[in-house]
Design a protein. Structure first.
Ligand code: UN1
Length: 492
């Protein structure tokens, strides 16, 4: 299977000479080939988007929304097919893949609803016979750069608010997961979304991503990926005075207090630490546990981990799939070695799995360290794999301090039945998302998604907040007094 760019409503061969192949991380099978695009391909896509956007911006927003309803309907109709492709390409287990596709469907319907709102303000003017209001105006052509770990959901968080608000987009999906983008292009085509509103260019960050950021006609860049790349995107975007929305790393913690329901906490930890093989920005990577319940929690965790089943995510009985590629596997393993060197105690796991049914894929054993020092590298740096570190504390204050000690601020969680502790925690945890009596994953699409500190730069994906990324506020004053009225002066 050969994937080609989707530009101006047609399938176009990329101009680059190089190909990249897509492999199933569960078994190493080649799934597709993609020709890598060049700066010139980006230019063609931006041009197509620019022309289409002028007309698209004039389509009433409720009509733009009708396309999203149709896209949502088609995604629902193809949900099982999309989920299967997603599992093959990215590796997450099929149940989670279905959940991710559902997240995209939810986003389509939710943003379609926004087409009948896109709420602005009307406020009284300080002058007589003058009317004042603000409206959301589309920005133009927007550039979307998305990661491989949520190849559908994150793309919908960005592209659907962009189009309902009257923009056209150029989307560069991750090189590891172009097939999901291709599937979405087929849906855009079937929904008869006007040509050029949605454009997809396959290629590398250094060539295609950079060309998007540097193109004068791309006014917004919405990026999800690593902190290192995000910083580069912001630096380059800053030179061109672009609006850059970044969603980056995490080092999320579950706090388990001494009064917590420990069985529930174990379920929450396992789901958020090892779901998606730990490859979520929101994954639980630290467990901050009160010393009074530490050893019971450890025993319960070890016991519950016996039920985890690792393998090809297409097998319905499997609960943990492979990690994306060899590079990821090496990185995860290097952190396990770092943990050992730092003196953390390995409770369970800690190995690459490469024998028998694992020999052709990229699998890592779910791993738990305990007695981890809060300021060690294991406890501070993002691993993006199925490795979790237990850190002991003696009080809620200390737990909050440890939670807030990392450079990231995406998600946090507390298990406690004490309402006073819970309310204090939700106020003082410095992350963009806080869960009470649930793990660190599972954000719903109608709330803002994003984080503080090294996780983001003040913007949010999904929720109404996403519309702030893809619109400019326009304030409109209409004077119907028939005379010149000067604000701040003729007010008596
Ligand atoms: C991500 O980790 O990059 O909240 C996105 C969650 C999912 C989205 C995660 N709904 O875990």
């Amino acid at each position: 299977m050969q994937l080609t760019n989707f530009i101006g409503g047609s399938w176009q061969q990329a101009g680059g000479a190089n190909y990249t192949a897509v492999y199933n991380p569960a078994n190493g099978q080649e799934l597709a080939q993609v020709r890598l695009s060049t700066k010139e391909d980006v230019g063609l896509a931006v041009q197509a988007a620019k022309e289409a956007q002028k007309r698209w911006a004039l389509v009433p927003a409720p009509k733009r929304a009708d396309y999203l309803y149709e896209i949502g309907r088609l995604m629902k109709e193809k949900k099982e097919h999309l989920s299967q492709v997603l599992t093959k390409e990215m590796g997450k287990v099929i149940e989670e893949a279905r959940g991710e596709v559902q997240e995209g469907i939810d986003m389509a319907l939710y943003m379609a609803g926004e087409g009948r709102r896109l709420v602005g303000e009307t406020v009284p003017s300080e002058l007589q016979d003058k009317f004042a209001m603000s409206v959301r105006a589309p920005i133009g052509v927007v550039g979307l750069i998305t990661p491989w770990n949520f190849p559908v959901a994150i793309a919908t968080w960005k592209s659907f608010p962009a189009i309902v608000a009257g923009n056209a987009f150029v989307w560069k999906p991750a090189t590891e997961t172009p097939m999901m983008a291709y599937e979405m292009a087929l849906i855009f085509e079937e929904a008869e979304l006007p040509a050029g509103v949605a454009n997809i260019v396959f290629g590398t960050g250094s060539e295609v991503g950079t060309a998007m950021i540097e193109h004068p006609d791309v006014r917004v860049i919405s990026f999800t990926g690593s902190t290192e790349t995000g910083r580069h995107v912001a630096e380059t975007g800053g030179r061109y005075l672009k609006k850059v929305s970044l969603e980056m790393g995490g080092k999320n913690a579950v706090i388990v207090m001494d009064d917590a329901d420990l069985d529930l906490a174990v379920e929450g930890i396992l789901w958020s630490a090892f779901g998606t093989a730990g490859q979520r920005c929101t994954a639980c990577s630290r467990v901050i546990v009160h010393k009074a319940v530490k050893s019971v929690l450890e025993q319960k965790l070890i016991a519950a981990m016996k039920d985890l089943s690792i393998g090809d995510g297409l097998d319905e009985s499997v609960t943990i799939g492979p990690v994306i590629n060899q590079k990821a596997l090496d990185k995860i393993d290097s952190y396990v070695q770092i943990g050992k060197e730092e003196g953390a105690k390995l409770l369970i796991g800690g190995n690459i799995l490469n024998e028998g049914k694992f020999s052709t894929g990229h699998y890592y054993e779910p791993t738990v360290f305990t007695d981890v020092k809060w300021d060690s590298r294991l406890a501070q740096e993002e691993i993006f794999g199925p490795v979790v570190s237990l850190i002991e504390v003696s009080s809620l204050d200390e737990a909050i301090e440890v939670n807030n000690s990392v450079q990231f601020g995406l998600s946090s969680s507390i298990f406690s039945r004490d309402v006073n502790q819970v309310f204090k925690a939700q106020r003082d945890l410095d992350t963009g998302i806080v869960y009470v009596n649930a793990g660190t994953t599972g954000a719903e699409i109608h709330l803002p998604f994003g984080g503080t500190k090294g996780t983001g730069n003040g913007h949010r994906d999904s929720g109404v907040a996403a519309l702030d990324v893809f619109t400019e506020w326009k304030s409109i004053y209409i004077d119907f007094s028939g005379k010149l009225q000067r604000a701040q002066i003729d007010t008596d």
